[in-house]
Design a protein. Structure first.
Length: 619
């Protein structure tokens, strides 16, 4: 049993236990009358069950047979102990519905009930008296003064300080109001203890403080506690922080202390000397409304509300602990108040700029860190790729070792041969290092059949197709005009292949108009087309391996290669359009002749240009 307010239970009287009949079957305790430790339902409860139409079997579904027989025996209903449960339930229901049999206990049980009830009530009364004696002894032994006493038992606290030995109000016993803090119970407990005593009042203040005293002396106690706030404040506390605490405690005394504002006989008295200092208070609806009312009664008093930015940290306006997003500035001098507001705005602007600069610096440092990490990852990946590339590039190194330097400018004849390819872009780079070295990426440039350029077939792992190479972009365009419009079987890719494709008769020619000039590919040098004797331009058509052609809108599948001085290798870019844009790649010659594909593989047929050109399919 828990007694509110009492933390120590040493010697606390134990609650009385249930009393028993002579035969030990009947008991009476806190839970009421019971037979064989089975609680007895009241007559009203049994009647309610029947009157509202609740099925008794459902109500008693989870009860035992012993519970039913206990009800029947206590109310004097005849039954056979050997009967099954449904029969006993039916007997109880008929007894309740039948009339007055269950309105009262049976003649044999009623005397036992009354006797046990009287015995238990006597024990309860005796226990209550013992508890009161224990409380008196415990309360008398408390240490810590009024605070501890009020926290333990408000009724005994009030009786000790404000009542005489007969329990009557005694104004001479404690003249000065008492302030108690660390209050642990609702204020209703104070109200209940004081409202019974004429003339005894209380006032609640912040920080769980309550001042209790006689009505004629209560204000004096409030003033005393207000003065204690400044005398007990630490020396490091600022003037404004103390003002916030005092205003929260008693706003009228705060206004009187800092702005000499007071009322005399209900009339506002404007002070002759008006202090120039300002006070900043955290804003609240109740406080702001009251201060506005005060300002209307005292002309010249300025009360300005300042909204605070949620992302702002105020550090120089005199408030060390700001828990709100806005506050109120109070002062007599309007110019001083306006100057303070301007200073606050400037402070905000400077703080926000500093925070933004810190955020930018932090973001820049994070970007640099991410770039460094990305560069490290790229360097590690390149080192791993270079290591993987060594066995695949062995045929090229062997070929270059057997050849002599080829002097003179780069020509189309130097391009002819078989190359292995290393795709260095983000998309498809994994194809450069196949599990089977025979599946290395390859490019076969056939001997020239045109004055404008040469043709090649390529296999880049996930795409394959035909490439046109020339020494200039114009030559690439002219070479494309020479490409066949029919496939290897002599079939023309026209409207018979795609009935939904409009203007098919002019479409093949229009792609070479000046308006359809191929898009410029990304050039790392930023020089665009160059007259360098080592650069080769190309345009290609391709499809997914064993898949459908991929259309290049506006002739965007173009690129270039810059050959080294040996003319055995080249680096460049290839634009894959919608697949991934421009990607870097390198080619390395392994033979001056075109080599057949590995066993089980196949390369594109140079005569199938239109088959790889997705625009002829209407894609």
């Amino acid at each position: 049993m828990r007694i509110p307010g009492y933390n120590s239970y040493c010697g606390f009287p134990l609650p009385p236990g249930a009393v028993q009949s002579a035969n030990g079957r009947f008991t009476y305790g806190e839970d009421g009358f019971a037979l064989d430790n089975i609680q007895l339902e009241s007559p009203d409860e049994l009647k309610y069950i029947i009157e509202v139409g609740i099925d008794l079997n459902n109500k008693l579904r989870r009860t035992t047979k012993a519970w039913i027989t206990a009800q029947l025996e206590c109310y004097g209903v005849d039954f056979k102990k050997s009967a099954i449960r449904p029969v006993l339930v039916d007997a109880l229901e008929k007894a309740v519905r039948g009339g007055k049999q269950c309105d009262h206990l049976s003649a044999t049980v009623k005397p036992i009930h009354d006797f046990l009830c009287e015995q238990f009530e006597s024990k309860v009364k005796t226990h209550a008296q013992a508890v009161e004696r224990w409380k008196d002894e415990h309360f008398a032994s408390l240490q810590g003064g009024p605070d501890s006493e009020a926290a333990v038992d408000m009724g005994r606290f009030v009786a000790k300080y404000f009542l005489d030995v007969h329990g009557l109000p005694d104004r001479t016993k404690t003249k000065d109001p008492l302030a108690v803090s660390h209050w642990r119970y609702p204020i209703s407990a104070v109200a209940e203890a004081t409202e019974k005593i004429p003339g005894l009042k209380y006032r609640k203040f912040p920080r769980d403080m309550v001042i209790i005293g006689w009505d004629t002396e209560l204000e004096r106690g409030v003033e005393r506690e207000f003065a204690n706030l400044s005398s007990s404040a630490p020396s490091t506390m600022s003037r404004n922080d103390l003002a916030i605490i005092e205003a929260d405690f008693e706003v009228d005394l705060f206004l009187k202390k800092y702005f000499r504002i007071q009322t005399v006989n209900g009339v506002a008295a404007i002070p002759r000397e008006k202090p120039s200092a300002l006070v900043f208070l955290p804003s609240s609806v109740k406080m702001d409304s009251y201060l506005k009312t005060i300002a209307s009664n005292f002309p010249g008093l300025c009360v300005e509300l300042v909204k605070k930015s949620k992302r702002e940290r105020e550090i120089s306006i005199g408030i060390s602990d700001l828990s709100t997003y806005k506050y109120t500035v109070i002062g007599w001098d309007a110019k001083t108040v306006e100057a303070a507001l301007s200073r606050i705005k400037e402070t905000r602007r400077r703080v926000q700029e500093d925070e933004m600069a810190k955020k930018r610096a932090k973001r820049t440092a994070e970007l640099v860190r991410q770039e460094d990490e990305a560069a490290d990852k790229r360097a590690k990946r390149k080192a791993e790729d270079d290591k993987q590339w060594v066995p695949f590039s062995a045929p090229h190194r062997q070929f270059a070792a057997r050849q002599r330097p080829r002097l003179g400018p780069l020509g189309l004849k130097h391009l002819v041969g078989s190359y292995i390819v290393r795709w260095e872009g983000e998309t498809g780079s994994q194809w450069s290092y196949p599990y089977n070295p025979a599946n290395v990426l390859r490019l076969n440039i056939s001997p020239t059949e045109s004055a404008h350029g040469v043709r090649a077939t390529f296999f880049f792992g996930w795409i394959e197709g035909i490439m046109l190479l020339a020494m200039s972009k114009r030559s690439v365009r002219l070479l494309r005009e020479e490409q066949p419009r029919k496939n290897r079987w002599g079939e023309t890719m026209d409207a018979d292949w795609n009935d939904d494709f409009d203007h098919h008769e002019d479409y093949y020619n229009c792609i070479y108009d000046e308006e359809e000039e191929p898009k410029e590919i990304i050039d790392p040098t930023g020089k665009g087309e160059t007259t360098s004797s080592t650069r080769v331009y190309f345009q290609c058509v391709f499809s997914e391996v064993d898949g459908y052609p991929i259309q290049g809108d506006n002739n965007e599948h173009i690129g270039y290669l810059d050959f080294d001085t040996s003319k055995f290798s080249a680096k460049g870019y290839m634009n894959l359009g919608s697949l991934c844009g421009a990607e870097p790649f390198s080619i390395y010659k392994v033979s001056d002749k075109t080599l057949p594909p590995p066993r089980g593989e196949h390369d594109a047929d140079l005569s199938d240009w239109c088959m790889y050109d997705g625009r002829h399919w209407g894609y």
